[in-house]
Design a protein around this ligand. Structure first.
Ligand code: FAD
Length: 381
């Protein structure tokens, strides 16, 4: 049986980051991924993600988001790849909605540079946005857009540079504590590998890896889309407008400024269709596109050009819309994470470090109690 210091199962955003973090610490890493390199069937596909520092839904995430922002810049230096474009971030909705009050409170509490704008000011600054009259927006300076494909590739490159062996089309079918300590991991072709440490980062598939924990996760089908603007694209690029989230009624819409190659990203946060991760309809019917175009016609008519691309991606939602990052109770040296709820990507550099901390030392300096798997058991008892 081959042995390693650490095995990482699942090489999406968080597994890639964990593999890099472990390799940086001199660990001999085996990474196992069920699909191909850069495959988008989990949660980390597509081209771009937003990075917000202010978290209107969870203001306590600000220190972690700040460290992640630095982590992406460090990864750019390490790899020479451009990953993060700072654009600023606009969080808008009715004045009393959480998106506005949470963002303003979070920014003020943490001393983050920000402004509060009314609908008229928003439209004057970024004419492509036509919010309803009662909308207020909080603009934070540090937010931006991440190139998700380059971010994942960067972490994988760092892992490999540190000696990690990454295997693709290697579906893990079982893992178990080994009799003499450590763990054994078995793949579908019958290969068994051993290691002292195990990181489980299988995203939407995490529940089947830790069934005894009965994680109350719901997998949601999402459809990010990119459109060509009908105005001069240079007026709606990343140097001219922020990433944005706009709440209307009960729906949250979001977008990323125009990329000359990709177009304007515009979509809905939480499409409301729940699925089994192995039985997802990955086609994008016209009705999905029309759902986003209805918003575009109402609030961003100058974005209503040809559709560039649409694809299906999965959210793994926890009931409290945050993450699961924990040690496994079965044995020392095992940790798992499913850090999604639709906003986990940006944290990957920090979550990779946390997972490396947990498996190698059993603890981390980051306050991870809010991410514990046990919080669900406490609530339902
Ligand atoms: C449409 C969309 C928009 C988003 N927007 C943002 C955003 O703007 N900002 C932000 O911060 N976050 C955003 N997110 C959330 C973010 O993308 C996720 O939090 C993040 O990608 C989760 O990464 P992960 O590594 O935990 O999971 P995944 O990327 O799903 O990785 C899990 C990996 O495990 C592999 N795997 C599963 N089972 C096995 C097995 N048996 N053996 C081996 N490998 C296995 C899978 O193939 C997969 O590659 C968005 C998500 C979506 C879907």
């Amino acid at each position: 049986m081959e042995t390693f210091d650490a095995i990482v199962v699942g090489l999406g955003a968080h597994g890639s980051a964990a593999a890099a973090a472990l390799a940086r610490r001199g660990q001999r890493v085996l990474g196992l991924e069920r699909f191909g390199r850069g495959d988008g069937r989990g949660s980390s596909g597509g081209w771009t993600r937003m990075i917000r520092i202010v978290h209107f839904e969870h203001p306590w995430l600000v220190p972690m988001a700040t460290a992640a922002w630095d982590g992406w810049r460090a990864l750019e230096t390490e790899t020479g790849s451009a990953i993060l474009t700072q654009t600023g971030g606009l969080y808008a909705g009715p004045a009393t909605s959480t998106i506005v009050t949470g963002a303003a409170d979070g920014a003020a509490t943490h001393g983050l540079e920000h402004e509060v704008l009314d609908a008229r000011e928003i439209h004057a600054r970024w004419p492509i946005l036509e919010p309803a009259e009662d909308v207020v927006g909080v603009l934070e300076a540090k937010a931006g857009a991440l190139r998700a494909d380059r971010a994942n590739a960067g972490h994988l490159a760092v892992a490999e540079r540190g000696g990690a062996e990454l295997r693709y089309r290697a579906q893990v079918v079982d893992w178990r504590p080994a009799a003499g300590g450590g763990v054994e991991v078995e793949t579908a072709d019958g290969t068994v590998a051993g290691a002292d440490h195990l990181v489980l980062t299988t995203g939407p598939w995490i529940a089947e890896f830790v069934p005894e924990l009965r994680l109350p996760l719901k997998i949601e089908r999402e459809v990010p889309m990119w459109f060509r603007p009908t105005v001069d694209p240079s007026t709606v690029g990343a140097d001219r407008m922020p990433i944005w989230v706009l709440r209307e009624s009960d729906t949250m819409y979001y977008g990323i400024p125009n990329d000359p190659e990709l177009g304007l990203k515009i979509s809905i946060h939480h499409w409301g269709t729940f699925v089994e991760p192995d039985a997802v309809d990955r086609s994008v019917p016209e009705s999905d596109i029309e759902r986003v175009r209805q918003f575009i016609r109402r609030r961003m008519p100058a974005a209503n050009g040809p559709l560039v691309h649409a694809e299906v991606c999965l959210y793994t939602n926890a009931p409290d819309e945050t993450f699961i990052i924990d040690r496994h109770p079965a044995a020392a040296g095992i940790a798992f994470a499913s850090a999604c709820s639709g906003h986990g990507f940006k944290f990957a550099p920090v979550i990779g470090d946390i997972l490396a901390d947990l498996v190698t030392t059993g603890q981390t300096g980051w306050p991870i109690a809010p991410f514990s798997a046990a919080r669900f058991a406490t609530r339902s008892s």
